[in-house]
Write a new protein. Structure first.
Length: 227
């Protein structure tokens, strides 16, 4: 008689936790390291696309236009825009977490640090490699910081908040936001190119495909008695 097969292990879930619950959920050292590495790599990926010179991520089209008018570096523009977006969280009633604040600061810092040491290559093949590599790395970095379950990034929370308030699909809200920031960036003189289109089309599928590898399994929140 054959032995019964083991039950399949449940897939880890991406939980919607409040700020304190995120910190109390367990495995905090692993999650903090993953968060910091993910945010650092996110900034590196944005700088790679800048140095590739073949188009920026949609929000960076806006940032690149903004720095034409204010004395900021690209990374500083990323930080400023992040905190402006967090102001919009207030009427949307989104809850920030440690990862939210870390995202608002560290991505911009990592972007500027990478731009300081990474030069623009002379060969077109190297430009393409930086563009494609930047998009792929950004997909992995996104999965890493989301998988740490320490709070949404400012722009992610704007998307989910508008989704909840308007009833529109996440895909439609995300597309609308990215089109809006690209148009505004172009009005300000920002840089648009093939990398912008590649990023917009590929970042979602890349992050979704890699999220299962980085999603830290946490116990579900306990229900209150009588709930």
């Amino acid at each position: 008689m054959s032995e019964p097969s083991a039950a399949p292990r449940p897939t880890p879930a991406l939980l919607d936790l409040g700020p304190l619950a995120q910190l109390r959920a367990g495995r905090l050292p692993r999650r903090l390291v993953q968060l910091l590495v993910g945010l650092g790599l996110y900034g590196v990926s944005l700088a790679m696309m800048v140095r590739g010179g073949l188009g920026l991520a949609p929000w960076d089209v806006l940032h690149s236009g903004l720095i034409r008018y204010v004395p900021l570096t690209l990374g500083q523009a990323v930080i400023l825009t992040s905190f402006l977006v967090l102001v919009v969280w207030v009427p949307l009633r989104e809850q920030p977490g440690l990862g939210t604040i870390a995202n608002a600061v560290l991505v911009g810092v990592a972007t500027d640090a990478t731009l300081a040491v990474l030069d623009h290559p002379d060969a077109l093949a190297a430009d393409v490699a930086l563009m494609v590599g930047g998009v792929v790395l950004c997909g992995a970095a996104t999965a890493m910081y989301i998988g740490a379950q320490l709070g949404r990034g400012p722009r992610d929370g704007l998307m989910t908040g508008l989704h909840r308030r308007t009833g529109l699909s996440l895909r439609l809200v995300r597309t609308g936001l990215e089109v809006a920031v690209v148009v505004l960036g172009l009005v300000l003189g920002g840089a648009l190119g093939a990398g912008t289109v590649l990023f917009a089309l590929a970042i979602g599928p890349l992050a979704q495909a890699q999220l299962p590898f980085f999603l830290v399994e946490l116990p579900p929140p306990r229900r209150r008695p009588g709930a």
